[in-house]
Design a protein around this ligand. Structure first.
Ligand SMILES: *[C@@H]1O[C@H](CO)[C@@H](O)[C@H](O)[C@H]1NC(C)=O
Ligand SMILES: *[C@@H]1O[C@H](CO)[C@@H](O)[C@H](O)[C@H]1NC(C)=O
Ligand SMILES: *[C@@H]1O[C@H](CO)[C@@H](O)[C@H](O)[C@H]1NC(C)=O
Length: 467
């Protein structure tokens, strides 16, 4: 069973926010496994902060440390039997750590603020008054995702993750978050796509690191675990790892096959060129109608209604879902469904365990492919974790491309392994410092207005399937 609602955390640049219901149905909840997670700052952490502060100033004023390139790894947590995958970062001075969903389908960083009134109960929140580097931009923020929305205020802060520190990072402090978006211990979201779709307009954290001198190589990569078919799975399990500035050869085998992105840099996009179900090809359009967002923030895989229907027509006794499952399909759980995908290169197989999103009744399961309708300029497909758990995925900023490789035995051995400790947020030492561009990014031609583009919109997208 899904223990939390499947998420579709792709940013929607929408014309009419009111068209999107903000209260998705609640999922079934499972007891949280108790884990020791100290949130208080120790003297050690204060000492670390003092050290980082000094090194940051040295870096800023020309010390060679600023030229150092590096790599980092953030350990991921798998939440709700593969419903979402989160990592941790630290914000402010002194730094306070937060768990955030790692989302390649959007470009904004936000965390729930201490004045949050909706959708933040029982999650750890950020208190701007406790940080000496907080700089309020006094601009409204709103972002709409496939599964909800968040709004608040834009600010800049020092943000640290996996040994990297970016000062002056644009982000948002959220005071209203729609139900189901945040599930403790997650406090927010780190968008890992490109600046052009950032509602804050800020250069995203990862893009700053990739385009500057911080990372060894302009890549970030994911290994995501599977616990969905494992009995005894708790609400939180080890989720794999997020590599920054390098690819970790322990986690994949063979070559990484990179495919260049077909569009200008907004979402992480590839053309979906081939899709087979039980060995039979589904007919797919070509050109921009084939574009797929490769989205770690989405639980399953969304696609155009006709092609989703064609997928299920290959599965005997499957049927369109009703009620809360509208847009989804059910099928007999004892059918082993094998899907393969290709994006202009090799063919990648999705495990039948990932096709089976959830059991919804006796002998009846929900498939991982759901139907969605997007606007003409948005990607038609959203390829989320149900697929990404099957590959090592690499997001390369330069040249803009996405690579996949086969998982190593080491990575595969983490699937369903209940003995691996769930990572806890840590504020490690920082080895590389960078400074973000200002919130009023030069890529935007307005010069004066900092107003987020959410309502101004280029693209109309409506995703109904998850709602
Ligand atoms: C910060 O402190 C001031 C003064 O005590 C208070 O008025 C304000 O509400 C606080 N802001 C937050 C976000 O807690
Ligand atoms: C690569 O991944 C392995 C397994 O998670 C880890 O032990 C190792 O530290 C990682 N390498 C680097 C350079 O982070
Ligand atoms: C489900 O998980 C078990 C490990 O518990 C694994 O052996 C099995 O292959 C998985 N099933 C599928 C279809 O991947």
């Amino acid at each position: 069973m899904l223990s939390t609602l499947p998420l579709t955390l792709i940013a929607l640049l929408v014309l009419d926010v009111s068209a999107i219901p903000t209260n998705p149905p609640q999922g079934i909840s499972m007891p949280l496994r108790r884990r020791v997670q100290s949130q208080s700052r120790s003297e050690d952490e204060l000492a670390m902060w003092a050290k980082n502060q000094r090194e940051g100033l040295m870096a800023k004023y020309g010390n060679p440390v600023a030229r150092k390139r590096s790599t980092g790894t953030n350990l991921i947590t798998n939440q709700g039997a593969d419903s979402s995958f989160y990592g941790s970062l630290a914000i402010g001075t002194p730094a306070v750590s937060f768990n955030v969903i790692l989302d390649t389908g959007s470009s904004d960083l936000w965390v729930a603020g201490n004045t949050c009134t909706t959708g933040c109960s029982s999650v750890q929140t950020f208190d701007p008054n406790q940080s000496s580097t907080f700089n309020n931009q006094n601009q409204d923020f709103q972002i709409v995702y496939g599964s909800g929305q968040a709004s608040g205020t834009i600010a800049t802060e020092t943000v640290q993750m996996a040994g990297f520190s970016v000062s002056n990072q644009g982000f948002a402090v959220a005071d209203q978050v729609s139900g189901g978006l945040l599930s403790a211990p997650v406090s927010g979201l780190l968008g890992l796509a490109w600046q052009s779709i950032a509602s804050t307009r800020a250069v995203p954290f990862a893009q700053t690191l990739a385009s500057g001198t911080a990372w060894d190589s302009p890549v970030m990569a994911f290994q995501l675990t599977r616990f969905s078919n494992q009995s005894g799975t708790q609400q939180l399990e080890a989720g794999g790892s997020f590599s920054m500035g390098f690819v970790n050869t322990t986690l994949y085998t063979g070559d990484i096959e990179y495919i260049n992105m077909p569009t200008t840099n907004s979402y992480w996009i590839l053309p979906l060129t081939t899709l087979t179900v039980q060995g039979n090809s589904i007919s797919l359009p070509s050109g921009s109608a084939s574009y797929a967002a490769i989205d770690t923030g989405t639980t399953a895989v969304g696609g155009p209604p006709d092609q989703i229907a064609a997928i299920y027509s290959q599965i005997p006794n499957s049927a369109p879902g009703t009620g809360n499952y509208q847009g989804y399909y059910t099928y007999p759980c004892d059918t082993t469904v094998t899907v393969t995908l290709a994006f202009g290169g090799s063919t990648w197989m999705m495990s039948p365990a990932d096709f089976r999103l959830s059991r919804v009744g006796s002998g009846t399961c929900l498939g991982a492919f759901f139907s969605l309708t997007t606007g003409s300029n948005a990607p038609s497909w959203i390829v989320g974790d149900s697929f990404l758990k099957n590959v090592y995925s690499v997001f390369r900023f330069n040249p803009p491309s996405i690579g996949f490789a086969r998982l190593s035995d080491y990575s595969l051995s983490m699937n369903g392994n209940l003995d691996i400790e769930v990572p806890s947020p840590t504020i490690g030492s920082v080895s590389v410092f960078a400074t973000a561009g200002t919130v009023d990014g030069s890529n935007h031609n307005s010069g004066t207005s900092l107003r987020p583009p959410t309502f101004v919109l280029a693209i109309a997208v409506l995703i109904y399937a998850m709602l």
